[in-house]
Design a binder for this molecule. Structure first.
Ligand SMILES: Cc1ncc(C[n+]2csc(CCOP(=O)(O)OP(=O)(O)O)c2C)c(N)n1
Ligand SMILES: *[C@@H]1O[C@H](CO)[C@@H](O)[C@H](O)[C@H]1NC(C)=O
Ligand SMILES: *[C@@H]1O[C@H](CO)[C@@H](O)[C@H](O)[C@H]1NC(C)=O
Ligand SMILES: *[C@@H]1O[C@H](CO)[C@@H](O)[C@H](O)[C@H]1NC(C)=O
Ligand SMILES: CC(=O)N[C@H]1CO[C@H](CO)[C@@H](O)[C@@H]1O
Ligand SMILES: [Mg+2]
Length: 640
């Protein structure tokens, strides 16, 4: 199994491609990738190529995983593809360590990635490169198109560092080819040399000329806009094509690529045979590996999810999350966790789990399931996308919810690509207390709730935390962010896994209510407290917990309307910006600006997030709607 991630490419690489084992996934220059896939026999016809960048084509402007045959990761935002490749290489290295045997090694080979100046300027790539060097990922080979050009022109204006020295200091094996446009032999040799290096990732710096052969070669003029007609004509003539013909593949070219495809097919058959032998000799390992690669979960894992009694002690949901992970790890070898240097605070490391580290460091082994990402949130997000893309691995990564925003570029690609990545996002609100507003997420939830195909969970207690993991682990093509508290949360009466798995449910029911309070996470307990106070004053209050909007939105209309029903005003309460709550409530209570530093109870008091104050706010809402008169209709009842 080998992977080829292309974050961008130039024409010259066309000639390199056939030397590699399988295919692909690029950025803005994916036309080349589509052409290669077409020539090598993937499901891309000449008509697909002609429909390049057209609506509903199989050839969108940047390559999309799950959309086009042979595309291994979605790329386009520079630097992401490179970091994905580090994830793919970690996955290969780990799966090889777990499943390969002395006599049969079904998992071998390399991950190749093409990158340009843009990728190398991006921080996310630096984060991933630094970690790849530390992890000694010998199976990773990066090919850097060093053409001295980016969109603004000559890289002299902004990018003059010594890339080779940078990668040497990261611990990479560094090679270069001086004439990358013409010296095919040198490219071939460099790749072979990279394959021989087993203890370091390799980067090959190819010195090239952008738009080689065009009249505008060597300038940024060829980066993004089509060549002029006369330029195309002279280019085709120069390379021995008939300038009058379009969309033609000469027979020699077709045959040459068909031979490569045949060689690949033969290698695949050989590999299938190898796997057959492995199956006979190691049936248990084979069964597990096959299950994982297929994307199935093992039988009965759900029964290991912890459940709590209403009388159980109040516990921080980050701790509840650790309890879930500890319970699931023995039955779910697919879980590969990690943290961006907040292991102790995030509680992501299952006791006794081994670190994923090169043996030589004495810190762990490649069999280990716990990745020390270091303080590299964005790198972690993009690497997790690579781990998920490889198959057989469900990555989760811990950091403070506020710092998931640092990784937002990778998070939106998880969602767009359908990668099952789980963020263990602790310290989920002003409830983190003393660290203050720099660490307190306020706008974060609104951003991630607005992101398509992303589940943002904010569980309120033990059963809800188990429910969040249940749904997140079953959602094989959807990433999840599980926002978890630092402070202890009481177990809510009536919070079953089944209820919370619907994304929203009534946690405290009364008939003929004057008010419904809808809330999430740590504020649900506060809402229940407020309901108790108001009840004593003769005001009947229901409480709804809505731990995941998107999952709730997907429930049948009838169920949703039974939870957020008509007849009384609905008030939302959450320790975040109120943005978005208009969809589920008539009135909103939350933070109107940044949080504050202090002991968490004092901070909650400062912002009026106490049972006592929410009771006052609730009363105000009830009185307002009583005075206003008229029918009160659920905010869910709308035309569109
Ligand atoms: C994160 C991100 N920022 C900006 C862009 C827009 N962009 C696309 S290509 C490019 C320049 C890339 O330069 P280089 O990698 O050297 O490619 P070359 O021009 O050499 O082909 C930029 C800024 C992007 N795709 N992603
Ligand atoms: C892939 O691995 C096999 C066996 O492990 C090896 O024979 C082959 O040369 C490798 N191919 C590449 C492209 O690295
Ligand atoms: C948690 O769920 C279990 C099983 O669904 C239920 O018996 C228990 O009462 C729930 N606990 C709380 C605190 O609601
Ligand atoms: C929990 O549900 C039961 C049965 O529906 C109900 O009697 C009880 O009042 C509920 N508890 C709370 C706190 O709402
Ligand atoms: C509950 C818990 O384990 N908290 C830990 C959080 O992390 C710090 C160090 O970062 C530890 O000191 C705490 O014990
Ligand atoms: Mg460039």
């Amino acid at each position: 199994m080998s992977s080829l991630v292309q974050t961008r490419a130039t024409l010259v690489l066309l000639w390199v491609w056939p030397l590699l084992h399988t295919s692909s996934s690029p950025g803005y220059s994916c036309a080349l990738q589509y052409i290669m896939l077409h020539l090598l026999g993937y499901k891309l016809t000449m008509d697909d190529l002609k429909a390049f960048r057209q609506v509903d084509s199989r050839t969108p402007g940047h390559p999309e995983y799950h959309h086009t045959d042979g595309i291994e990761v979605t790329t386009g935002p520079l630097g992401q593809g490179f970091a994905n490749a580090v994830g793919l290489a970690i996955a290969q290295t780990h799966m090889a360590a777990v499943y390969n045997k002395e006599d049969i090694s079904p998992i071998s080979n390399h991950t190749y990635v093409f990158l340009g100046d843009g990728c190398l300027m991006e921080g996310v790539a630096s984060e991933a490169a630094s970690l790849a060097g530390h992890l000694q990922l010998g199976s990773l080979i990066a090919i850097y198109d060093d053409n001295h050009i980016s969109i603004d022109g000559d890289t002299a204006c902004a990018f003059t560092e010594n890339v080779e020295q940078r990668f040497l200091s990261y611990g990479w094996h560094v090679l270069h080819v001086d004439h990358g446009d013409t010296d095919l032999e040198a490219i071939h040799n460099a790749i072979e040399e990279g394959q021989k290096e087993k203890n370091k990732p390799t980067i090959i710096r190819l010195r090239t000329i952008i738009g080689y052969g065009s009249k505008q070669q060597g300038t940024h003029g060829v980066h993004g806009s089509p060549l002029k007609a006369d330029d195309i004509e002279q280019l085709k003539t120069r390379f021995g094509f008939d300038p009058k013909q379009k969309y033609v593949v000469p027979d020699e070219v077709r045959n040459a690529y068909a031979a490569v495809a045949q060689r690949g097919a033969a290698l695949e058959q050989e590999w299938e045979q190898l796997l057959g032998k492995y199956c006979q000799k190691y049936p248990n390992e084979h069964a597990e590996l096959s299950r994982r690669i297929k994307g199935d979960l093992p039988e009965g894992w759900e029964s290991k999810l912890p459940v709590y009694k209403p009388t159980d002690a109040a516990v921080a949901s980050r701790k509840l999350s650790e309890t879930v992970l500890t319970a699931l790890t023995p039955v779910l070898p697919d879980l590969m966790g990690g943290s961006a240097d907040l292991t102790g605070s995030n509680l992501t490391k299952v006791p006794k789990s081994v670190d994923f580290q090169p043996e030589s460091t004495g810190l762990g082994s490649y069999k280990g399931i716990y990745i020390r990402y270091g303080v590299r949130e964005h790198g972690m997000g993009a690497i997790m996308n690579g781990l998920a893309a490889y198959g057989g691995i469900i990555p989760f990564g811990g950091t403070f919810l506020n710092f998931v925003s640092y990784a937002a570029g990778a998070v939106r690609l998880s969602a767009l690509s359908g990668h099952q990545v789980i963020w263990v996002a602790t310290h989920d609100s002003i409830g983190l207390g003393e660290d203050g507003p720099t660490h307190q997420p306020v706008e974060t939830a609104a951003h991630f709730r607005a992101t398509p195909n992303l589940h943002f969970w904010r569980p309120a207690d033990g059963n809800e935390t188990s429910a969040a993991y249940l749904v997140a682990l079953k959602a094989r093509t959807t990433p999840s962010i599980i926002a978890l508290s630092r402070q202890n949360l009481p177990q809510l009466e009536n919070s079953t896994i089944e209820h919370a798995a619907k994304g929203g449910y009534v946690v405290h029911e009364v008939e003929g209510e004057h008010l419904t309070i809808v809330s999430t996470g740590s504020e649900v307990g506060i809402a229940v407290e407020a309901a108790g106070i108001l009840e004593k004053e003769g005001c009947k209050v229901r409480v709804v917990s809505l731990p995941c909007w998107r999952v709730f939105d997907a429930q049948p209309e009838e169920y949703k309307l039974s939870v957020l029903r008509s007849g009384a005003p609905i008030l939302s309460v959450e320790a975040y910006a109120t943005y978005g709550w208009e969809r589920y409530s008539h009135e909103q209570f939350g933070l109107s600006a940044w949080g504050a530093s202090g002991p968490y109870q004092k901070v909650y008091e400062k912002f009026g997030l106490t049972g006592k104050n929410i009771a006052v706010v609730g009363k105000k809402v009830v009185d307002f709607y009583k005075k206003k008169g008229g029918e009160i209709v659920s905010p869910l009842i709308k035309a569109l």
